[in-house]
Structures are given as C-alpha cells and as structure tokens.
Ligand binder design. Structure first.
Ligand code: ADP
Length: 461
C-alpha cells in the first residue's frame, strides 16, 4: 500500500476530526439554546396572556376554553390555586409545584420550570404566571411545551451537519488519494531512476512533472545523471589519452634500443643520434608523469601552495632568464614592458614561476619568427600580465577548449615540439588556486596573447 496516501489521508482525517468535532459541539449547543429560548419566550408570552385573562376559577366554561386553546397551539396547561392545588389541566400527569415556586409566584414573579410526565417520562418546559384578582394572588397559570418541540429541530440541524461533514470527509479523502498519487507516482519513478543511475545506466532521465519541489528534485536527478555521465566519459578519455601518451615514447625508446642492441647503425654519429632520441623520449615521459602527478593532485585539491606576498616582477625575470636561451636559439626577439613598483600579490613563488614558464614556453614553441612581448601593469588593485607572441595562433573554435587536459589544436605539431597537452590545464588550475584568472585571445597566423590577472596582496593595499 502506498504510504504517502496513508500518511496524507490519516493527517487529513485527524485534522477534520480536530476541527469538526468541537465545531459540531458548539453548533449543537448554539442551536439548542436558540430553540430553548424561542420556545421559552413563546410559553412565557402565552402564560402571561392566559393568566391575565382569567379572573376566577368558577367558570368551568372558561377553563375548558383554555384547554381547547392549549390543544390548538400544541401546548399543555396546568392551573393551580394559591395553595398549589390543581384547578384544571390537560392530559399530562406531572408533579406538584414546589412551595418555593408558589412563594415566588405569590410575589408576582413568573416561574420557569421543567416538568416530567410520570407515566410517559417525556419532559416539558413550563412557564408559570401568577393569576390575580383585584391585586391579590389567587393562583398560577402554567403553559407547558414538550421538549420534543425543542429537540426535534435541533436534531434535524444536527443530522444535516453530520451528513455534510461525512460528505466533505469523503470528498477530502478522494482528493487526498488523487493528490498523493500525483505526488507518489513521480517519486516512485525517481526512485527507480536513481537505482538505475547507481547501477551505471546514466542515459536514463526522469519526467519532470511540475515546477514545484518534485519538479526540481527530478531536475536534480537528471543533472546528476548528466554530470556523472560527463565525468565518466571524461575519465575514459583521460585514461585513453594517458595510455596513448605513454605508449608513443615507449615504442620509440624500445625501437631505438633494439636498433642499438642489434648494432643496426652505420656511423658513430648515427649511434649518438639514436641515443639522444632515447634520452629525449625519456625526458618527455618524465615531464608527462610529473605533469600528470601535478594535475591529479590539483584536481583532488591535495596540492600544497605556500602562499605569501610575492614580487611578480622578480619571478617573471627569473623565468625570462631561463627561457632566453630558447628564444635566442629560435631567433625570437623579446620585449618587456614592466611598470615600476608593481605591488606584491598573494602567490606561491615556485608555482607562479611554473605558470609563467609554461606560458612563455608555449609562446616560444608555437612561434617560428617575430617577437614575444611581455607586459606587466597595475590597475584597480589588480596586477596584470600579458604574454603576446607572433606565432601560429589558435583558431577561434578551439579557444574554449585549450585549457582542457590533452586538448591540442594540432596533435602532431605539439608532439613534435615536445608538448604534453597538459600544460595549459595545469596553468589554469594553478592560476585559480592563487586567486587569479587567465584569459586568451588569438588570431590564426598572427599570434596569441595570454592574460593573467591577480589581486594585489592585502598587505600591499
Ligand atoms: P602542449 O603541451 O601541447 O603545448 P598546452 O596545454 O600547453 O599543451 O597547450 C594546449 C594547446 O594549445 C597546444 O597544443 C597548442 O595547440 C595550443 N597553444 C597553447 N599555447 C599556444 C600559443 N602560444 N600559440 C599557439 N597555440 C598555442
């Protein structure tokens, strides 16, 4: 059995009872007292009128007339003399009027009293009014109304109330059933979908039933499936890439090692060339493994950065010194425009140098001829670095992806130039870990510019 239906149905039933029972009780009380009052006023009026009409108890005819009148108005009458003895009455058999009440009547005050028929045990509401003859008290006139007259209309109203309450209850139960089914059906679907996702079936999607909380839960499940799927594909690609990247240098090394072992070279120069190929490939593998190690540490958030106020200019100059030889070898010109008194930034000096070396290395690697411009300036509490080359450039559609692991615009060229395809992914991670941002603009065959932006260290503000 569907549990939401039970819970909701139960809650609504309890609520209904909590509200309806006291409400019904109060309504019943109000109606009862309303009808009692109405009947009471009616018999008060009648007893007063009748008592005033009577002047003596001697006229049998008048007494009979009252009996007929009482019959016509569906009431009973009960007339007593000043001692409380019955003078006349309709067919009822009720007890005597108490002394107390007689006393009250003799003082000119009306009396309200409940009577009980000793035989039928039906009860009556009675109103007595003193009868006077020339200002002296001679007896009392009671008009009695059966309490059935009061209870019957009240019962009618109560029946109506109960009927409508039962109707409303069934209506509410029906609505609850429909509502909870509307809620639980998508929940069951989502449960099944999440179980499928847990099993690895990541193409599954749930229907989004509405724009409420259920809808957003459905959307969250779909997003989860989508993201997990993307992660899985990404991981697959990553492993495929790694094994490919490792296999290439290994096959080179194996090949050339065999050539050397079997003495398949003609000159000493050839032998040295093969050995340097092996050495180069070993170096590439070391770099690749280092890069992978860095990247995985960064992605797991396990890299330790020694953040401290750092002079970016100093770090940049050290990087430029290292890269200068490569530039000279390729015949590239270097122009630097470094603003004076650049404030410190919060960074890890070694990691910052790694970032700059990587960007400068790429600039040299992907530029055949021309210049590399390096600019550093300070503006609005931020330190900016620009590294601009006049190299092969990056096509616009590739720009959004160049910071992804193993993404290369031209695979064979990157390999030829000794790239691992991980450099920019590491750069982006490192820059962001040091609270900075990196952006790029590029024109094919004209050149590429990378920009770095770092907030000025708090201590320097
Ligand atoms: P790689 O080791 O292949 O250089 P990177 O992650 O450093 O890997 O760069 C990713 C790709 O972005 C490179 O393969 C190259 O196609 C492109 N790229 C990076 N820097 C430049 C640049 N300065 N000029 C042109 N292309 C670049």
């Amino acid at each position: 059995m569907n549990k939401i239906v039970l819970k909701l149905g139960g809650t609504i039933m309890v609520l209904f009872l909590v509200v309806l029972l006291p409400l019904g009780y109060v309504a019943n009380q109000i109606f009862t007292s309303f009808y009692y009052n109405q009947v009471g006023t009616e018999i008060d009026d009648l007893s007063k009128k009748y008592a005033r009409t009577i002047t003596s108890f001697d006229d049998e005819q008048i007494l009979n007339m009252f009996k007929t009148l009482a019959d016509l108005t569906n009431k009973d009458i009960y007339i007593v003399d000043s001692n409380g003895s019955v003078i006349a009455k309709t067919g009822i058999r009720v007890g005597d009027i108490s002394e107390e009440e007689m006393k009250q009547l003799s003082q000119g005050q009306p009396v309200r009293k409940k009577f009980m028929d000793v035989e039928t045990e039906s009860s009556y509401l009675g109103s007595g009014y003193p009868i006077t003859q020339q200002d002296s008290f001679i007896g009392a006139f009671f008009v009695l109304a059966s309490t059935n007259d009061v209870i019957k209309p009240v019962e009618k109203v109560r029946d109506l109330l109960i009927l409508s309450a039962v109707g409303a209850l069934f209506l509410a139960l029906g609505l609850t059933f429909i509502l909870s089914k509307k809620m639980s059906d998508p929940l069951l679907e989502m449960e099944q979908a999440t179980r499928q996702i847990a099993k690895g079936n990541l193409d599954i999607r749930v229907n989004i039933p509405s724009r409420d909380e259920l809808g957003s839960l459905g959307k969250a499940i779909n997003d989860l499936a989508f993201e997990t799927n993307r992660y899985r594909t990404n991981r697959k690609e990553f492993f495929a890439n790694i094994s490919h990247e490792l296999r290439t240098p290994i096959s080179y090394m194996k090949g050339y090692a065999q050539v050397l072992k079997q003495g398949l070279y003609k000159t000493e120069a050839e032998r040295v060339q093969y050995l340097s190929i092996i050495e180069d490939e070993t170096e590439r593998m070391v770099r690749l493994i280092d890069d992978l190690f860095d990247l995985s540490k960064m992605e797991e958030g396990k890299i330790d950065l020694h953040m401290a106020p750092t002079d970016l200019t100093e770090v940049l100059e050290a990087a430029l010194l290292t890269i200068k030889i490569d530039m000279q070898t390729k015949g590239l010109d270097l122009n630097t425009y470094i603003q004076k008194e650049i404030p410190y930034i919060e960074a890890d000096g070694l990691r910052l140098q790694q970032v700059l070396m990587n960007l400068l290395g790429n600039a040299v690697r992907y530029t055949e001829s021309g210049t590399i411009d390096v600019r550093v300036w300070y503006e609005k509490d931020w330190v900016h670095v620009e590294i601009k080359d006049t190299g092969i450039g990056i096509p616009e559609k590739e720009l959004p992806f160049i910071f992804e692991r193993f993404h290369r615009v031209d695979k064979s060229r990157s390999r030829e130039l000794g790239g691992t395809g991980l450099g920019l992914a590491i750069v982006k991670n490192l820059v962001e870990l040091q609270n900075g941002t990196i952006t790029v603009t590029s024109n094919v065959n004209k050149g590429t510019t990378f920009y770095l932006h770092f907030p000025v260290s708090e201590e320097d503000l």
